[in-house]
Design a protein around this ligand. Structure first.
Ligand code: ADP
Length: 488
């Protein structure tokens, strides 16, 4: 990648608000800057939506809703299929844009393009399969007709860590179901969402079905929409603290809500595990997206008989990970998202060391420019260290030893979160038993990667409500309507 390629891409990436099929300025003309976290340089300036712009976007979504709901499923499906093709054709642009605004290595950005595109294809395939049922009531007197309808206009609030996939994971099922929508992308990474809007428009998505409003005033812009009777659904991906507030705000209009919130994923290695495979899986579960993922392994719970060997092997492998700007082909780990993230991750590491953990690798932020934190391994982390309770969101692996399966389950479940667990064991009974005992929405059995567009992604407890992807994903955008019919 050359500077010239970067400049040309940034020059043709849209930077306005996308409302009712048109690119517009914000109502007061304000804009905000997007920063490359690996250089701290400003890469673009984007229109900064104000509360009136949010209302305009919802009005457009609301106006488009009736005709979009009547649009044949096959037509909706073909638009999604075309969007899948266009995203795939424009993969280089989308990947580079994500690397520039978010920092992940280009190879990982390409992985996200493939993953994010697949939601468009998957839900395009689901659109024509929406269906209901016709049955006889148990007493034989009536007939029961059960049908599905689109929920109606939706608000999507997405995070910065997967700028493309978190958008397509919501947009695709909504489009398939016949819903219209307003997307508020994270202010740190608005460019990918804007380019995606252009692609969806090129794919034939009618004006008003999707509206995109980047803003630095998230609460001031989305708050009035959540209280507006025209909105019918809120889907949010982000922190548990913000999600809790949004659920409370959604009570006024009794909005349907889908919430993908925080996690504290345990990665459990039993004494009978294939240790090399476990280390391989640990690298994927820890360093994927630089650890900036809600499904990132947050705690490594390892049977005491193999804990020091596992810690040694993991530190050895993580020491070989090249840190740098994501556009450099040799980079395996990019920067964190911003300076606050660096000091937060550094604080968690310092706290663990102060509590008695052993620093086996890394531990100190790297010199700037750029928000770099090196691969870090902590062993013998004592119970009670904050790093075991908080979402790290960085390339730091704390290792804790356990003695029995019961203890591993107790530690794993000892958190308000329940998004994903990883288990390494050669004992199939144990794997399935843990699948029943662990309080989690997802389980990786001898694998460090669970995300898949064909699978229901989501958590229990304070990790969220609802599922995205899979056959379940479209249900979040469908309302059930029942018609009782007299015995014909
Ligand atoms: P993260 O830790 O991933 O930044 P956040 O929950 O802070 O998680 O942000 C996720 C998304 O939620 C972003 O788009 C952000 O702008 C938005 N957001 C943050 N606070 C609020 C709020 N009070 N109301 C609406 N959206 C919010």
């Amino acid at each position: 990648v050359t500077d010239e390629t970067e400049r040309a891409l940034l020059a043709r990436t849209p930077t306005g608000l996308y409302i009712d099929g048109r690119w517009t300025a914000s109502e007061d003309g304000s804009r905000f800057e997007v920063v490359d976290p690996s250089t701290e340089a400003v890469v673009a300036s984007v229109a900064d939506a104000q509360p009136g712009d949010g209302v305009r976007a919802l009005a457009a979504a609301n106006a488009a809703q009736p005709s979009w709901a009547r649009t044949p499923p096959r037509v909706r499906a073909e638009i999604l299929r075309q969007a899948y093709e266009l995203v795939t054709i424009r993969a280089d642009e989308l990947a580079l844009l994500m690397t520039l605004e978010m920092g992940k290595p280009l190879a990982e950005a390409h992985g996200e393009v493939a993953y994010g595109a697949e939601f468009l294809r998957w839900f395009g395939e689901e659109a024509p399969r929406i269906s209901g049922r016709y049955s006889t009531a148990p007493d034989g007197a009536n007939r029961l007709l059960v049908t599905k309808r689109p929920v109606g206009p939706c608000l999507f609030i997405t995070p910065w860590n997967f700028p493309l996939a978190m958008a397509t994971r919501k947009i695709a099922p909504a489009v398939a179901a016949g819903c219209t929508m307003v997307l508020k992308p994270a202010e740190l990474t608005p460019l990918t969402a804007l380019l995606l809007a252009e692609i969806l428009q090129d794919a034939g998505l009618p004006a008003g079905v999707l509206n995109v409003i980047p803003t630095t005033s998230a609460a001031a812009v989305t708050g009035p929409l959540i209280k507006d009777g025209r909105l019918r659904k809120l889907s949010f991906t982000g922190s548990t603290a913000v999600g809790q507030r949004l659920i409370a705000d959604s009570a006024d209009q009794v909005l349907r809500v889908s919430m993908e919130l925080g996690g504290n994923a345990p990665f459990i290695v039993f004494e009978d595990a294939d240790l090399d495979a476990a280390v391989e899986g640990a690298l994927a579960a820890k360093l994927r997206n630089g650890g900036e993922a809600c499904v990132a392994a947050n705690r490594f719970l390892v049977h005491r008989s193999v804990a020091s060997e596992f810690g040694r092997l993991l530190a050895e492998r993580m020491a070989g990970v090249t840190v740098g700007r994501g556009t450099d082909p040799s980079t395996l780990l990019g920067p964190l998202i911003d300076a606050a993230a660096v000091s937060r991750v550094g604080g968690l590491v310092d706290g663990a060391v102060a509590a008695g953990a052993n620093l086996a690798l890394g531990g100190r932020p790297l010199d700037g420019p750029g928000y770099f934190f090196p691969p870090t391994v902590l062993t013998d982390v004592p119970a009670g260290a904050a790093i075991l309770d908080e979402e790290i969101f960085g390339p730091v692996a704390p290792v804790v030893a356990f003695d029995t399966e019961d203890e591993a389950v107790r530690l794993a479940n000892g958190t308000p979160y329940g998004l994903v667990c990883y288990v390494y064991t050669r004992d199939l009974d144990r794997g399935l038993r843990l699948g029943e005992r662990l309080e989690t929405g997802m389980l990786g059995l001898n694998t460090g990667v669970v995300s898949n567009p064909a699978a229901p992604f989501g958590g229990v407890k304070q990790s969220g409500l609802g599922r995205e992807g899979g056959r379940e994903g479209i249900e979040e955008y469908l309302e059930t309507c029942y018609i009782g019919i007299a015995d014909p």
